[in-house]
Design a protein around this ligand. Structure first.
Ligand SMILES: [Zn+2]
Length: 172
């Protein structure tokens, strides 16, 4: 007696469930579409605002780097190293085995148009010359940084241009 109604009801219930599931998925889909539109819009707006502030902050970064460069002391390009030399006299101490030779004579060298240019540095100026060379490396790093900032500005301007033309397309 109990088995019969169940047999009749089961397909009916499954049928109802099917429509409930379908309608729930449509509501979910609708909500997802709304969320998607909302996020897409806020993303575009945020990106636009970010670009405005990015370009501004990059310009102030440029000024800051130039300021740092202008405050950098005097510097020198090249590498500083001690040189030892053997005079060639057979009875000199430099002729003995294991002797470094006469020196040290400190020389700054750098390549200019494929040729090595050297400059002798007196012993009392060696420390200062190392500082000057170190400062040159700081200058190089600042120039690299300055170049990167400029590239970022140009990139941001390109992006802003793309956005502007996209908005113009929408408007027109
Ligand atoms: Zn010698």
């Amino acid at each position: 007696m109990n088995q019969r109604p169940e047999k009749v009801n089961t397909p009916q219930r499954a049928h109802d469930n099917f429509f409930i599931i379908i309608s729930i998925s449509f509501i979910e889909l609708f909500l997802y579409v709304i969320l998607y539109v909302y996020y897409a819009f806020s993303f575009v707006w945020e990106a636009h605002m970010k670009q405005e502030t990015t370009i501004e902050s990059l310009h102030s970064k440029k000024k800051q780097i130039l300021q740092t460069i202008s405050e950098l002391g005097d510097f020198r390009q090249g590498s500083l190293s001690p040189r030892y030399r053997k005079c060639g006299k057979p009875y000199c101490h430099c002729a003995k085995e294991g002797s470094k030779g006469h020196g040290p004579l400190w020389m700054v060298t750098r390549a200019v148009e494929g040729k090595t240019v050297s400059k002798a540095i007196p012993p009392e100026r060696v420390e200062r010359t190392f500082e000057q060379i170190e400062r040159f490396h700081q200058f190089q790093n600042l120039v690299r940084e300055y170049t990167e900032v400029n590239i970022k500005i140009c990139d941001a301007q390109l992006e802003a241009g793309k956005e502007a033309s996209r908005e113009a397309e929408k408007g027109g």
